[in-house]
Design a protein around this ligand. Structure first.
Ligand code: HEC
Length: 272
């Protein structure tokens, strides 16, 4: 082999993949403009752009820093590439009580406002793209159970059922605490006192994140978000944990996309 062919080979094996897998996607993805909703078909005229800022954006950084994306994806693939859309709760919900069918595939704008798009490396853990929604469904279910146990009526006088918010309001302090649920998971995913989950999680390989918690004295009524009491001290989440939990609670990638991005066989252009 001559030196020349060697260098051509080198360029071909490193340069081409770099061009196709890094340079081209980077240059096209970095300048994405938010698509516009269409007045006729969408009945709204604003831009399609997920809003993520403040504590949620900080939480996204913590998520990246802790390597959560090594085990958790945040992508619902198109139907030609996998069955994601059909897994209940992953790509949205088939029967959302308030919005109907919210299932859809993930798109690039779903990561707007995050410094890194945590699409994920593997699926050792469940996909978290719609974790926020799954948590809401779980909270609603647990609240109904608690309300029934406490004898709270779930039907109003005009025979219509109570909404999720009304059930939670009726329960007050006893309502399902979404944040505490995640704190407990982060502190010890194998926590045995996890009745809410309905099944034991002693097999969980999700990492325990004790670095997110600090100990404070156990005084008075106790902290609302304490996950455990160790040696007379309460274990409470620190600022990173609170940012991360804001991020996780808000993980929803099932908002209605503009008509222009939807697939339909005989699609007409907006306004015609
Ligand atoms: C070694 C792989 C691994 C890593 C790293 C990992 N997880 Fe997990 N995670 C899992 C597995 C497996 C499950 C499913 C079992 C369970 O629910 O505990 C899970 C479940 C979860 C759940 C769902 C809990 C529920 O009740 O549905 C959340 C939220 C979560 N992980 C968050 C995180 C966060 C945040 C990080 C980063 C700090 C992280 N995970 C890092 C493997 C991992």
């Amino acid at each position: 082999m001559t030196v020349k062919t060697f260098f051509y080979g080198l360029i071909a094996s490193f340069g081409l993949p770099w061009l196709v897998m890094l340079a081209v996607p980077f240059s096209t993805m970095r300048s994405l403009e938010a698509p516009q909703y269409d007045e006729v078909n969408d009945e709204r005229t604003d831009l399609y752009q997920a809003k993520r800022s403040g504590r949620i954006a900080v939480g996204s950084l913590v998520y990246g820093q802790e390597g959560c994306a090594m085990c958790h994806s945040q992508v619902t693939r198109p139907t030609y590439a996998g069955q994601d859309v059909f897994r209940e709760g992953q790509g949205g919900s088939k029967k959302d009580g308030e919005r109907g069918d919210t299932r859809r595939i993930t798109n690039a704008w779903d990561f707007a406002g995050e410094e890194r798009a945590h699409i994920g490396e593997s699926r050792i853990g469940p996909d978290l793209g719609n974790f926020g929604n799954r948590l809401e469904v779980l909270a609603a279910k647990e609240n109904v159970k608690a309300a029934e146990a406490m004898g709270i009526k779930l039907i109003k006088e005009d025979k219509s059922p109570l909404t999720r918010q009304e059930v939670a309001a009726a329960l007050g302090d006893k309502a399902f605490d979404k944040e505490l649920y995640i704190y407990k998971h982060l502190y010890n995913p194998r926590n045995e006192g996890f009745e809410e989950r309905g099944r034991e999680k002693e097999w969980s390989v999700c990492q325990s994140n004790a670095q997110f918690f600090k100990k404070v004295g156990d005084f008075g009524q106790g902290a609302k978000n304490a996950v455990a009491i160790v040696c007379d001290q309460q274990v409470v989440p620190n600022d990173s944990a609170r940012a991360l939990v804001s991020y996780l609670i808000n993980l929803k990638k099932d908002g209605a996309v503009p008509y222009s991005m939807q697939y339909a066989k005989d699609k007409k252009k907006g306004g015609k």
